[in-house]
Design a binder for this molecule. Structure first.
Ligand code: ME8
Length: 516
């Protein structure tokens, strides 16, 4: 087994159904997890639901539902979304899981043992939507003078006795961390934002609540449940085996989250961990937001799109490809049905899908599916393979650096090179005029298609897997891309290519009923 690689998404609030933002985060994390597995890393991938807190409790109450039933049912929708979108998680954690209670209480005790927790009275502003406390100076003015959080959500005044965490004590250690580990917060823009926030000074954080009981009980402190973010963040440790066992996957390599919750992950979380004496994650990456036709999604605008509806209309691969390709990772991005259809048809269906489809069906039809003979090679063949090798290597180094869209762009250069090669070599007309040359060209194309299909597997696992199945290519790691002996082994084995069905069908814009 290779070196461990532990990747996590945020755990979602299941107070409503999953939206496209949740799907986007799961898909991005999944592509990275699959990529790291191909690279030979021993990957552990965790996602799940964040079920405690006031937001959940209020939603269940408003719907007249039993808390546990409601959380269970809604969490199921998130799990179903992950399963439908081919998210290859190792654990779907629920914060209502028993081992998570144990982990949360253990980290609490460790912070208490460091002298970082004390009882006092909290008076201040709280946003239930964000599950966040805000300082007066952070608030902005909304319509009619209403006070709003910096995220534009409603805040309420709360006053109660709570436990406090000595966050102020960690101001300098956090600044030292950001300076020492430039990759701790990515991308750069979020790093700067967090450094400015911490340089501005940190107040101690209220970390328990007494006005409701839907949370993890604070050890030996009747009436207190933990502030939902204390237990939510601890999910990453629960999944790593804390506090009971060995923790081969800790520290996490990558916490992938949205830009709105970077503060919790890059300020509170490392402070909790330092206090508890636990190693810090290596990178917190705050991705951008998905906008619908350039506008923020909101229930009142009626533009909250069900990701499963999109997957149904366009296919899982198409949705995955579009989201990872269209959005420069780290920045905001916009989507619409037209944009999905245009992008997927041009790049996935026409450029790659069609390349594979016509090559394989030609071989199935004209060579009885047998692998082409060595034929008469020319410089152009070696040149194409070289271009494809470079494209796949470019994709690898971009993905390694979380530059997902640029990685796919590098891959596309290999696909375009194949299309130019086909046009220039015209294998279909060589069938009659120069069969020896035709064999060499088709053989070159199969080699190229196999390498490109392996490289794009993390993005479009089903379609690329289908192409590889047709080719009988079972080894799908990065090492397999560079394996020169594959072709000869397939010839020796007498493998034949069956008449293919398209791996990446062309999309049509739905005419009746808008899907996006
Ligand atoms: O924040 N585009 O849960 P959540 C892209 N429970 N990403 C988006 C998005 C959008 N339009 N809207 C939300 C929570 N997200 C907490 C996390 S982690 C210990 C606890 C992202 O359901 C958001 O940034 O509100 C977050 O990373 C994830 O979806 C879950 O959001």
């Amino acid at each position: 087994m290779g070196k461990p690689f532990y990747i996590t998404t945020a755990i979602s609030y299941p107070n409503g159904r999953p939206h496209i933002g949740h799907a986007y985060e799961a898909i991005a994390a999944d592509a990275i997890a699959r990529f790291q597995r191909q690279a030979g890393r021993d990957v552990r991938f965790q996602t799940g639901t964040d079920e405690h807190g006031l937001k959940m409790a209020q939603t269940a109450r408003d719907q007249g539902r039993d808390m546990r039933d409601f959380a269970g049912e809604m969490s199921g929708h998130f799990k179903q979304m992950c399963d439908t979108l081919a998210i290859s998680y190792d654990r779907f954690i629920r914060t209502t899981d028993d081992d998570h209670y144990r982990a949360s209480q253990a980290i609490w005790r460790a912070m208490e043992a460091s002298g970082d927790l004390y009882l006092d009275r909290y008076e201040g502003w709280y946003s239930v939507r964000d599950e966040a406390f805000y300082d007066e100076k952070e608030l902005v003015e909304g319509e009619g003078g209403a006070k709003l959080s910096p995220q534009g959500t409603a805040v309420t005044w709360t006053a109660e006795e709570t436990w406090f965490f000595r966050l102020s004590k960690y101001q300098q250690p956090l600044l030292d961390l950001y300076a020492r580990e430039p990759d701790f917060i990515r991308p750069e823009s979020r790093r700067n934002e967090i450094m400015r926030f911490v340089e501005g000074g940190l107040s101690d954080l209220s970390v328990s609540r007494t006005t409701f009981d839907w949370g993890v009980p604070v050890p030996d402190s009747d009436g207190h449940v933990m502030y939902v973010w204390v237990d939510a963040l601890t999910n990453y440790l629960t999944g790593a085996g804390y506090p009971d066992g060995e923790m081969p996957y800790w520290p996490a390599d990558l916490h992938l989250i949205g830009k709105d919750i970077v503060r919790f992950h890059a300020v509170y979380w490392p402070a909790f961990l330092m206090s508890a004496g636990i190693a810090l994650p290596k990178t917190v990456f705050g991705h951008g937001f998905l906008l619908h036709r350039g506008e923020k999604m909101s229930k009142s605008l009626g533009n909250v799109v069900d990701p499963l509806g999109l997957a149904d209309a366009f296919g899982v691969d198409a949705l995955r490809y579009f989201l990872l390709r269209e959005v420069s990772f780290g920045q905001d991005g916009s989507y619409s049905a037209e944009a999905i259809v245009t992008r997927v048809n041009a790049e996935l269906a026409n450029a790659f899908g069609n390349l594979a489809q016509r090559t394989l069906s030609f071989i199935a039809k004209n060579l009885g599916g047998a692998f082409p003979r060595a034929g008469r090679g020319e410089d152009a063949d070696a040149q194409l393979i070289e271009e494809v090798v470079v494209a796949c290597a470019g994709m690898r180094s971009a993905f390694d650096d979380l530059m997902l869209s640029q990685g796919i762009e590098a891959w596309l250069r290999g696909v375009f090179a194949c299309n130019q090669y086909i046009d220039a070599q015209a294998p279909w007309s060589l069938r009659k005029t120069d069969p020896e040359r035709m064999h060499a060209v088709l053989g070159t194309l199969i080699r190229a298609i196999r390498m490109l299909a392996i490289a794009i597997l993390p993005v479009v696992p089903r379609g690329a897997g289908h192409v590889l199945d047709l080719l009988g290519a079972n080894e799908r790691t990065h090492a397999a891309i560079d394996d020169d002996g594959w072709y000869a082994r397939m010839v020796d084995a007498g493998f034949t290519i069956a008449a293919p069905t398209p791996a990446f069908p062309r999309l049509e814009l739905p005419v009746d009923g808008e899907v996006a």
